[in-house]
Each structure stands twice: as C-alpha cells, then as structure tokens.
Write a protein that binds this ligand. Sequence first.
Ligand code: PLP
Length: 281
Amino acid sequence: SEVYLNGKWLKHDEAFVSVFDRAFMFGDGIYEVTPFYSGKPFLLKEHLKRLKYCLDEIQIKFDPFALQETMLEAISRAGLNEADAAVYIQVSRGAATRSHFVPEKIETTVLLYAFPVTLKGFEKKSWEVMATEDKRWHRCDIKSTALLANVMANEEAIAAGFAENLLVRKGYFTEGSHSSLFFVKYGVVHTHPEGQKILSGITRAEVINICTDLNIKVVEKAVHIDELVEVEEIFVTGTTTQIIPISSITHKNKKVYTARKDSVTKKLQEIFIKRTREKLT
Ligand code: PLP
C-alpha cells in the first residue's frame, strides 16, 4: 500500500526516513488518527485542531489543516472510498545530528496514510480490563509518538488476557492506555477533567455532547478506585474503539469491579451510531 511521506506518494516498503530522525531517536513527534465512516471523515476539524494544539505545545511549526486534501486522497488511493477506515498522520520534528536541543535548521518529517478499520459492530463488544499505576509523564494532553508507558501498560494487559489497561494516578483513574474513560454513578456520568493528566479525546468530547443532548448529567471529576462500589457502568471511548462497555476490572490480581447495569452505555452507543453514520462532518 501507499504512504505519503514529505510530499511524495510512495509504496510503503519503499518509504524511508533518516536514522537521525528525531521521532526515531527521541519520540520527538506528534500523531493523530482520524476515522472515516463509509469513506467520509468524522470530526475532521476537531482532529486537525488537536494536532495543531499538540504541535504548538512542542513548538513544531506546521499547519495540519494543509493536509486535509491529502487525507481524502489517501482514502481514495487506498480504495477505501466506501469503506470504514482511518488516516494516520505523524509529524516529526525532523532529522538532525543527535542533540537534546533543537537545531535551528530542521525540516519536519510528515507521514500520512489510510488503513481499513472495522468500525461496525462495536456495540456488541464488552471488555474485561485490568488496572495499573499510570506511569506516563505529566503532559498526557500532548499526543506524542513517545508512547512507551502506554505500550507497556497495554502489553501487560494483553499478555495477561485482558482487552485494555485502565491507568490509575494516586488512586484516581485517569484514562485507558489508548482510550478515554467514563463511569456512571447514581445515573450521573463521570469522567476525568481535561488538563495535563489525560488526552483530550475527540470521542470523549462527542460523548459529552451526546449526554448533554440526552439530558444526562456529566461531571468532569476523577473517580477514585475506592468509589467503584458505587459505580453502575463503565465504558471507554476512542476513535477506533468508539464506545465499549467494561464488564470487569482486575487490580493487583483481584476483581475490583463487575458491571451492574448497561442502560446509559447502550443509549450513548445508539446515538453515536446515528451521528457517525448519518450526520457526517
Ligand atoms: N486516551 C489516550 C491515551 C489515547 O491514546 C486515545 C486515542 O486513541 C484516547 C484517549 C481517545 O482519544 P480519541 O477519542 O481522540 O481517539
């Protein structure tokens, strides 16, 4: 398949970057994943806006909105015009002699490609997960390619037969290794507030919008692991995850949560399907 690298379309096995690329050496880059439902982008502007925010935060000068046409071209070149797919974008600071400080003259390395994703049928899934300490840095709002702590957390879960790992910082749940996290307690939806401890999930924001439209109360407040006894439903959200309920949580080899209800999750899934399949932006 083809990838777009620094302005050129190349076969993926003929596309190369420098061994001195800072994304390779330092994880010095930002990435973004945008979903396409039946070939049409969902929340495209929001994804590009987050990419711009992250690039600004680490002072990479690049305008991701200039990539809009290229994203559509990637879908069509990959033959995914009618399919469910996603576009991966990665902007690296670029290649230079290795040094921690950023050299003055450096050009970004831009990679973009489309790939097929199964987005149908998510509402039939449920995940058994584990929970571990959130070992990530203090700027989780930056969608950095430096994903080592996320990779280690997810790998620990998968190796132990779980679907995802929920991260806990000082006793409070932040989010999943690659998903946002919601709790339903006494009918009220709880999720960690935005800020530097979580990624500002695009699906998270859409789910909050849906709650508002359905008159479901949302509180942006972190949930403590000791509060699980009062929790009725838990679900995770994400671009390719969409909305998936958590059936159980295992923490330090003990089951600390088992799902009690599903009605809020089901309602949100139903509206989410309508929005992604009917109201495409
Ligand atoms: N949190 C983390 C750590 C993620 O990596 C992701 C993305 O996959 C999410 C949350 C969900 O964000 P989004 O809904 O924008 O895909």
